[in-house]
Design a protein around this ligand. Structure first.
Ligand code: SOE
Length: 386
């Protein structure tokens, strides 16, 4: 197979990150971009130097040259577009959530398997070198049996009532916000690292700001908020800014996490700690190149991301010498590297478990969000479908 050709649908914050990450691989190119109308697609194509642009993504699906399509659109159109990508016989890399309901995500998983396309969901945080290192340490038994898992994912880009984004509206973002948008990443990362699934949850959700000021233009993800002077409409908010969730994993491991998009000073702080029967470990996305290792009978350690010290499973995820630290865009590159290599090498997702998250993980994530919402509504523990 020669150079793989990618088509990107949607060119906001995350679509632009996909373009950059694909271009860093060396064996793939961004052949086309589609956006909601011809003018904006052309403008983005010009900005990024992409040869072909489409005002309607369906035209892109008909292009026989394109191998892989990236779905970087807002949440409410994920399901329809993912479905059409699969039916067009293209490999699909979708942003989360895969769909608006878990019935839809189940259908997408079944469809992707039936059409034998390679399917991925952009749960990027498992792609960091130190997360891979921790996973390999857990598998080697260095921490002993994992007994407790806890942490949080905190942001502040929605702190003020003048912060408004399409994710706030359930008909566009979905019925969950903080849990679906960032809690889904936290859960993917800890389930991947421990190799255990979350099976049962007890959740408490809150909308800290029940009203917000929506400016005429809205704001991009992590974009500037509306100014007080700008004309703004007061809108009621029904999606959560905050959640805390107690959980059990399949072997009885206990855990808890908090998510918030209104925590001043926390920009994108996904962090978690594992407490094992021999050692503990802690990782924080805002200081991604270090791993804290806790011991009872010896001084604790702070391990730096130095390829010379990484376990063999983690080494391929680290591309620069120690001290040349890799962060979020590099984890995105790793995501694309795993996904595109899988396609290039003609591997089959039905025959093996890829190191990137697939539609199976994306569907399980939808079931987890459903269980968290149900638990919060009922004030009771909810068990996920087996
Ligand atoms: C906004 O909360 C957001 O961009 C998420 O949608 C991403 O998935 C996360 O990686 C960073 O924050």
């Amino acid at each position: 197979m020669g150079i793989l050709k990618a088509g990107i649908i949607g060119a906001g914050f995350i679509g632009s990150a996909h373009v950059e990450a694909v271009r860093r691989l060396g064996f793939a190119e961004v052949a086309a971009i589609a956006d909601s109308n011809k003018e904006s697609a052309e403008a983005k194509a010009k900005q990024f130097g992409i040869p072909v642009s489409y005002g309607d993504y369906r035209e892109m699906l008909e292009n026989p040259e394109i191998d892989v399509i990236h779905n970087c659109t807002p949440n409410h159109v994920h399901y329809q577009i993912n479905k059409e990508i699969i039916l067009a016989g293209k490999h699909v890399l979708s942003e989360k959530p895969l769909a608006m309901t878990s019935e839809e995500s189940a259908e997408l998983l079944e469809l992707a398997r039936r059409h034998r396309v390679v399917h991925g969901v952009n749960f990027v945080y498992r792609q960091y070198p130190m997360v891979q290192q921790l996973r390999a340490m857990v598998r080697e038994g260095q921490l002993g049996a994992i007994n407790l898992v806890h942490g949080s994912y905190l942001q502040d880009w929605l702190l003020y009532d003048t912060d408004y984004n399409w994710r706030m509206a359930p008909e566009i973002g979905g019925k969950s916000r903080a849990v679906a948008d960032i809690g889904s990443h936290w859960c993917d990362a800890v389930q991947y690292v421990t190799g255990k699934k979350i099976t049962k949850v007890m959740a408490d959700l809150a909308t800290v700001l029940p009203f917000r000021k929506k400016s005429s233009g809205g704001a991009a993800t992590f974009g500037a908020s509306a100014s007080e002077a700008e004309h703004a409409e007061k809108v009621a908010i029904h999606t959560e800014d905050y959640a805390s969730v107690l959980f059990h994993m399949e072997d009885g491991t206990r855990g808890v996490f908090t998510v918030s998009q209104v925590s001043a000073g926390r920009k994108n702080r996904l962090s978690f700690e594992l407490n094992g029967s021999r050692r503990s470990a802690f990782w924080n996305q805002e200081e991604p190149a270090q791993l804290w290792i806790g011991r009872r009978d010896r001084p604790n350690e702070l391990m730096a991301a130095d390829p010379a010290q990484l376990l063999p499973e983690a080494k391929p995820f680290n591309h620069y010498p120690g001290g040349h630290y890799e962060g979020w865009p590099d984890a995105e590159k790793n995501m694309m590297l795993q996904f595109y290599r899988f396609i290039r090498d003609g591997r089959d997702p039905l025959a093996e478990q890829p190191s990137f998250a697939t539609f199976e993980d994306g569907h399980r994530s939808m079931q987890l969000i459903d269980a968290i919402l149900e638990s919060s509504e009922r004030g009771a523990w909810v068990t996920l479908p087996s």
